[in-house]
Design a protein around this ligand. Sequence first.
Ligand code: SUG
Length: 444
Amino acid sequence: MTHAIEANCDGLVGPTHSFAGLAPGNLASEHNKGDASNPRSAVLEGLSKMRLLADLGLPQFVLPPHERPDVGFLRAIGFAGADARVIETAARQAPELLNTACSASAMWAANAATVTPSADAADGRVHFTPANLLTNLHRSLEGPQTTRALRRLFPDEARFAVHDPLPAAPGLGDEGAANHVRLCAEHGEPGVNLFAWGREAWETWQGRFPARQTLQAFEAVARRHGAGGAVFARQARAAIEAGVFHNDVVCVGARTCLFFHETAFEDAAAVQADIRAAAAGKFEPQFVEISSADLPLADAIRSYLFNSMLVSLPGEDRLTLIAPMEVAETPTAKAAVDRAIASNGPIGAVRYVDVRQSMRNGGGPACLRLRVALTDAELAATNPAQRFDAALHERLIAWANSHYRDRLAPADLADPQLLVESRRALDELTGILDLGPEFYPFQR
Ligand code: SUG
């Protein structure tokens, strides 16, 4: 067996992190619309989570923020003149579009791409399809820069295949790994790939909130990756209507364990049977299902219990949940965790982390990371400057403290100085993470 370990690639929160309420169906984003944000706390919280995971012994990488405000987008929709004028005119004539151009949403790296590790891919390479994220305008801007970022972190084409995003058509709406779970006995062995989808390409969607991921998008991803052990499962419509905009709000899995809420799937029994069949001869799946009676769906969404990271730590037999502290503050969710641990099942421990700034936009610990199972040789072929350790942590704390504001009200997005500050920060980061020449549009 080839040895592999699951690395986490976290999106670094950008200097324009704000609460603009851009994501319908994401209740936290809707509720916090208009509040002032704290970009500096947001980036430091994310860095502390990376530090915890690195200290626990898992390889950790940093994915750089995107250039925001996205002046190129504003120009493409007709705002013209010098950069400052583009921003001022957009602020006056179309503030929603300026908010859109400022979103730091690339921080939620679970939506960066869908990943197939080499053990599951037909050609033995690690495959990535960056998500087109086309359901929400602000997120649809991320694909090209994410593709560039993944090609920088995983540059060796003999080992890594970073595809282009799927064509940007509504029938192929793709939100990346937020709707994907891989189960396996060991990370280096062939596994089962659960792809959860919300609607079909040709379906007339009647819902109040959008179903972002289509079945046809995931079938295309599995096909181009040559992904083995594929299982496709429909998300429950009722869950989407209740605010489950990604399946990772109600489901997380690792190794042989799928941890999910009763309402996660349209037909949970069929999903379990399909996973069992796909795992036959490889491993025995373990299902930890939490009922609505024990944990009402509203509490699952409020606490983000299932948006915990579920990690397999070196030397530990049982899995560890890296949960948002909102779980500890929600009695039903806390009790569900404590019961799962006491039952001697696959989950053995919990650690709570503070990612409140991200949580207020609907992004928990699991949203902030893209997991990539890597063999030792693949790990050695990544960009070493993006590998997170104590020294990089210190450097990024100093970098954030010197460039990030500690308060950003919606009206502040109209300040052309924010663009200048952001670019200065990203220019310096380009050197720190060795991102290469012309990484950002403003550097070309
Ligand atoms: O796409 N929030 C993100 C949160 C993504 C969470 N990711 C996962 N569940 N994996 C979204 O809804 C809000 C931004 C704003 O409202 O300004 C936002 O885009």
